[in-house]
Design a protein around this ligand. Structure first.
Ligand code: DAH
Length: 339
């Protein structure tokens, strides 16, 4: 390279490296590449050269111009990045940055299940009934065919308020509240809170949720009960899960039954969750005891029906694969798988 050209390039390189902000760099650019800049001036000299020198000189100046342009661009990028970093450091808001994904709320799984159960039973002509959470002995026990001195009362670990009220131990009390006022036939579900003096662990809470169901009509059979509850578990589990009914004792039904579904975790082959039985108990139920109808002023010769009392929290556990009920009340549902 022509010595004056290589000198010029050397100078330009130093000037570019020495420019420590974008304004200074632009001045360097103008002084080399501008209309009155050093490189333009060189090109103007071309005409004064001998014809055979013009071409190589022109090429050399062009190469110099390209090299200086590349260096200027590189330095400009560096200075821009530095300026950007300094602005961010100073708390400058860059509106071109991608936004954070907002954290949105989600429906609580218990609310979700409640909505779905309610929707399912609305489709079958049921309405939603409710009753007080603090009950009296008549509605929580007596009218449900559980006499005062009967050992069955001890099955429910009952709390008592100082005034002698009974935080209801089950939603079955709503059967009584509703039957007392009802004209038959009748189809209701009654979701709600219940309270028992339980030691709290992964599968027991002292305040928990149940959903009662009551269907009273003429000539109701176990077939109606079976079809209704099988339809419900299919809807809630999302597939035609195998079921079985086992005899069980509840004073307010005769016969009393427990509906089991095939264990959804091991598909019946046996695992720790189903205690190696292959089945999980989900809905206690039965045909309404004539004494219950009688206690509420209805004639059991004319009317009969079925009832059930689904453990709501347990159903939520199964549906969402939650292994510890306490998680539902943690406040941090992100811990719950599948939500
Ligand atoms: N109330 C019972 C309990 O809490 C559950 C139950 C069993 C409700 C059978 C019913 C039923 O309506 O028919 O343990």
């Amino acid at each position: 390279m022509n010595p004056s050209l290589s000198e010029l390039q050397e100078q330009a390189t130093q000037a570019i490296a020495g420019a420590d902000d974008l304004n200074a760099l632009d001045q360097v650019r103008v002084s080399y590449l501008g209309k009155k800049g050093a490189i333009k001036a060189l090109l103007k000299q071309t005409g004064a050269l001998a014809p055979e020198e013009r071409r190589p000189f022109g090429q050399a100046v062009n190469a110099l111009r390209d090299a200086v342009t590349t260096e200027l661009e590189a330095r400009k990028a560096t200075l821009q990045a530095q300026a950007e970093a300094a602005r961010l450091e100073a708390g400058w808001l860059d509106v071109t940055l991608p936004a954070d994904t907002p954290r949105v709320g989600k429906e609580h799984p218990i609310t979700g299940l409640l909505r779905e159960v309610t929707d399912h039973f609305h489709g079958l002509g049921f309405t939603v009934a409710s009753g007080p959470e603090i009950e009296d002995a008549f509605h929580n026990f007596d009218a449900l065919n559980i006499p005062a001195n009967h050992p069955a009362r001890d099955v429910w670990d009952t709390f008592y308020t100082e005034e002698g009220g009974i935080p209801r131990t089950h939603t079955s009390s709503v059967q009584i509240r509703t039957l007392e006022k009802a004209t038959l036939p009748l189809r209701i579900i009654a979701p709600g809170k219940c309270f028992r003096n339980e030691t709290i662990d992964a599968t027991h809470l002292a305040a928990f949720n149940q959903c009662e169901g009551l269907f009273i009509d003429k000539n109701v059979t176990v077939g109606h009960l079976k079809a209704t509850l099988e339809g419900l578990v299919e809807r809630l589990m999302g597939y035609k899960v195998p079921t079985r009914f086992r005899p069980a004792f509840y004073p307010f039904v005769e016969p009393g039954l427990d509906l089991d579904i095939e264990c959804i975790f091991c598909k019946g082959s046996g695992c720790s969750i189903c205690k190696h039985s292959g089945w999980i108990e989900v809905i206690p139920c039965g045909m309404v005891h004539p004494n219950v109808l009688r206690a509420c002023g209805h004639d059991p010769e004319e009317w009969n029906g079925f009832a059930f009392g689904m453990g709501f929290d347990r159903m939520v556990m199964l549906r969402y694969g939650i292994d510890d009920l306490r998680r539902l009340y943690d406040g941090n549902l992100e811990l719950v798988r599948g939500l």
